[in-house]
Design a protein around this ligand. Structure first.
Ligand SMILES: Nc1ncnc2c1ncn2[C@@H]1O[C@H](COP(=O)(O)OP(=O)(O)O)[C@@H](O)[C@H]1O
Ligand SMILES: [Mg+2]
Length: 213
């Protein structure tokens, strides 16, 4: 199966994607990560970490869907280029995705980027239009992962409620704003499954979004 990790702009996507890939790997899933962002940030992270314990491939192109055959018994995790700048990459990855995850902070700025952007197509429409290109004519399910959540402020629950009222699926697990996560992307990752990313894997399993074995 293939998970497309998307966001309109820089919204914590590479950090979430790399950590989630490690948590899935530690949970026993065969994982293959894809850097489908021209920034090559995920590739640089894996090189700086002397290689992740699973393959990291690169394909940031409009031909992703024809170049890549998703794993049958494993999970392809794709860090997709920002949809505001590179919609052609997202369009292609979404042709073969089984699940799309939108990454954002619970702030009004990210709320606007996701739900009512002024300079690009809303991400919900990008996912919805992928239906036309898929064999079953159905868009993949899409879930929002809230990241960089600060403790003691009300915005996370408020924005989560606003998103759900607008019809979005939002994971219960939220990724906290942590200095160790802020600095994660140049270093090897250890025990990703023991923190919030492990809880995210459990929630994805409980919701039937991924299957082990
Ligand atoms: N959970 C987190 N806590 C603190 N800082 C974070 C967290 N996740 C991401 N960041 C920081 O937010 C910024 C954007 O993250 P990044 O993963 O590069 O986003 P994107 O891939 O969407 O451009 C970076 O400075 C990163 O270190
Ligand atoms: Mg990135």
């Amino acid at each position: 199966m293939l998970i497309a990790n998307i966001s309109p702009r820089s919204m914590g996507k590479t950090t979430d994607t790399g950590m989630m890939a490690h948590a899935l790997h530690e949970a026993g899933y065969p994982v293959r990560a894809w850097d489908a962002d021209e920034s090559q940030h995920l590739t640089q992270w894996s090189e700086a970490a002397d290689g992740f314990p699973f393959p990291v491939e690169r394909n940031a192109s409009a031909t992703f869907a024809t170049d890549v055959t998703p794993l049958k018994d494993g999970i392809d995790i794709v860090d997709v280029g920002h949809t505001e700048n590179h919609p052609h990459i997202a369009d292609s990855v979404l042709k073969v995705a089984d699940l799309a995850i939108v990454h954002m902070e619970p702030s009004m700025a990210d709320w606007q980027r996701v739900t009512e952007p002024r300079t690009s197509t809303p991400v919900a429409e990008i996912v919805a239009r992928s239906a036309f290109t898929r064999p079953d004519r159905q868009a993949p399910p899409v879930w929002i992962l809230l990241n960089r959540v600060r403790t003691g402020v009300r915005s996370a629950q408020d924005i989560r409620g606003m998103l759900r009222d607008s019809g979005w699926n939002v994971f219960t697990v939220m990724i906290p704003n942590l200095d160790e996560l802020k600095q994660a992307t140049a270093f090897p990752v250890e025990r990703a499954s023991r923190g919030p990313f492990g809880e995210l894997v459990t929630e994805m399993e409980a919701k039937g979004l991924i299957k082990n074995g």
